[in-house]
Design a protein around this ligand. Structure first.
Ligand code: AGP
Length: 608
């Protein structure tokens, strides 16, 4: 929910912090700030402001030779958007940035009478005050930090400067993500994710929970809470800086829409051998898919909608019982799982706290936990017993696109493997399906050719206050993702509806000019959906039809028609969703909105 970065080394710290925050801004952009040891003295300077990193740059002076500091870009949780509530927060001899939520901050204020020291409405400042209080007590940064976090409840990733310790950054996390690295001839870095320091190195390690880091110009010391030294486990990222840049596209979202063919290619190619799914590269053997009594797919948002498409395939094609669960609901319900339950957890970031909590709960019942994750070494990846990485590369835009289609492709590989292992799929049929899956990148490339036509709908969309995405069967699952895309970046109230359900009430909202995106790609219910479309057309809807029809001869059915090439019904998702993604993108930009940073949202929801 927030972006944090720290650096100490041989480079001018202000540039590193500001550039790093620019990379992390997709995580939150309500306010931003930096703190650094001015000219390497023990004076800590702080510059912060409401607004974006570009606004922070404007308030930073560059007449300092400082080499150690921390930076933060905020997604407001406790306390509104203001300069006072912006991080870093300084209390006494401590300056601190934080990503997470301290659940018991009010109790801590009361217990230690911290209120007189507080200027903001944030839980973060309470954390700074508590650490400072412990620092006054122990006069030792590590002891102070251990004592303070021992009293905190909730998710946190802290980077802290202690005034008497110039050149050093202390850090510790619980749940909220943090990675770190030491780069020769640069120094020590720590951040919410590695895009912040990718210019300097591709090597990084995930900071384990409740391990205390001391970063200095010479390297990074890590110890557990008992004081035992722990060696970092370094990983190497398999994409480079360009992948994290816009490469000439107007926005990350448009770039990532166009990256989908390669994202899917990279995700499926390593898992296909002799036209059959093979997960040996992931260390997953067939035993995971044997004796499966039931399947539960757990995720949030777009990842859940990808899971729903996967579940539809597993259920309809192989008759295997599958349920899909909203992670934030699942984690508070009584799980109906047993040791033979297969739980598939899906998450682009691998850090969504609700999904992580749901995985932890499911893990109490079954060892068959498989995660589909895009970020290597993320919490969900590390805590599931099996992980299937999508190789979509960094997805920076808040609105997920290439991760969604890569997740669906991963689910399709799993579905075919389940079919084969359960004996419900013949090898020839499985090979036929996989051969079709290999053509998906080309299907998407064909759909990208519609970009100008979709952009031409902008003027019809920008003034809409409501929009409906309707479909039946798999098209209804696709409609859910299409609807989320539009509403989250254009602020138009969009709903996905089972086409046959519309007449049971909601059609009362359909009036002159209301856009209805009608998806009619499933052969077995095509004529039914056309009837439903006519019902909306009769009430003045502006119908955008997406179907396999070569052309629509009856103009009364729709206002605009997008023909999609005739592929097997299970594969239309890859065609239809590209049109929905582009419709959302152009509607957003048509309204003057930055689709990469929609209001109120952040890329990874690491707080409840
Ligand atoms: C999708 O466009 C949204 N940004 C959001 O729904 C997202 O899919 C959801 O928060 C889940 O994120 P995750 O895949 O990183 O777990």
């Amino acid at each position: 929910m927030c972006g944090i970065i720290g650096f100490t080394g041989s480079h001018h710290v202000q540039d590193i912090l500001l550039n790093g925050l620019q990379r992390l801004e997709y995580r939150g952009y309500d306010s931003a700030g930096i703190a650094y040891f001015r000219d390497d003295s023990n004076h800590i300077s702080i510059r912060k402001t409401a607004g974006k990193v570009s606004d922070l740059r404007a308030v930073c002076d560059d007449d300092n030779e400082s080499h150690c500091g921390i930076g933060h870009t905020r997604w407001a949780t406790h306390g509104g958007v203001s300069t006072t509530n912006a991080h870093p927060h300084r209390v006494g001899r401590v300056a601190l940035i934080h990503n997470g939520i301290i659940e018991n901050y009010k109790e801590l204020i009361a217990k230690y009478n911290l209120a007189p020291q507080l200027k903001s409405q944030t839980d973060t400042e309470v954390a700074a005050a508590l650490i400072n209080k412990k620092y006054d007590e122990f006069n030792d940064p590590k002891k102070a930090l251990k004592a303070a976090v021992n009293e905190m409840e909730g998710a946190f990733a802290f980077c802290i400067l202690f005034r008497e310790d110039p050149g050093k950054i202390y850090a510790i996390r619980n749940v909220s993500p943090m990675v770190a690295t030491f780069a020769e001839n640069a120094g020590s870095f720590i951040a919410s994710d590695l895009t912040a320091f990718l210019d300097f190195t591709k090597n990084y390690f995930v900071v384990p929970e409740y391990h205390l880091l001391t970063l200095s110009n010479d390297g990074i010391e890590m110890e557990d809470l008992e004081g035992n030294t722990v060696e970092p486990e370094y990983l190497t990222v398999d994409w480079d800086v360009d992948a994290a840049e816009k490469e000439g596209y107007a926005h990350y979202m448009l770039k990532e829409i166009h990256e989908q063919p390669s994202a899917i290619e990279k995700t499926i190619a390593p898992r296909i051998k002799d036209s059959l799914p093979d997960f040996s590269v992931d260390g997953i053997d067939d035993s995971l898919f044997e004796n499966v009594s039931d399947i539960t797919v757990i995720a949030c948002g777009t990842a859940l909608y990808a899971g729903m498409v996967g579940a539809q395939m597993i259920k309809n094609r192989f008759g295997i019982p599958v349920t899909c669960a909203v992670a934030s609901e699942f984690r508070y319900e009584r799980p109906v799982l047993n040791e033979n339950s297969l739980v598939i957890v899906c998450s682009q970031s691998g850090e969504t706290i609700d999904t992580l909590a749901a995985l932890r709960l499911a893990s109490e019942y079954t060892k068959k936990t498989l995660s589909i994750v895009n970020v290597k070494g993320s919490s969900i990846a590390r805590e599931s017993n099996y992980v299937l990485y999508t190789h979509a590369g960094p997805e920076i835009a808040v609105a997920s696109t290439k991760a969604y289609t890569s997740q669906v492709a991963a689910f399709y590989l799993i579905a075919i493997k389940l079919g084969l292992v359960s004996g419900k799929a013949s090898e020839p049929r499985a090979k036929e399906f996989i051969e079709t899956l290999k053509t998906v990148p080309n299907m998407i490339k064909t759909m990208l050719g519609y970009e100008d036509r979709v952009a031409g709908l902008t003027k019809r969309m920008v003034n809409a206050t409501d929009a409906f995405f309707i479909g039946r069967g798999l098209d209804y699952q696709i409609a859910m993702e299409g609807s989320l895309k539009l509403k989250e970046i254009s602020y138009i109230h969009a709903e996905a509806y089972a086409a046959g359900e519309l007449k049971h009430g909601t059609i009362s909202l359909v009036e002159e000019g209301v856009p209805v995106i009608a998806i009619a790609s499933q052969s077995n219910v095509y004529s039914k959906v056309i009837s439903n479309i006519r019902e909306t057309e009769a009430r003045g809807a502006y119908v955008i039809l997406i179907s396999k029809d070569p052309e629509v001869t009856d103009p009364s059915i729709c206002d605009v028609h997008f023909h999609i090439p005739d592929v097997p019904d299970e594969f239309t998702v890859f065609e239809v969703i590209v049109i929905c993604q582009m419709l959302a993108y152009y509607t957003s930009t048509g309204k003057g909105i930055d689709p990469d940073k929609p209001r109120n949202l952040a890329k990874s929801v690491t707080v409840e």
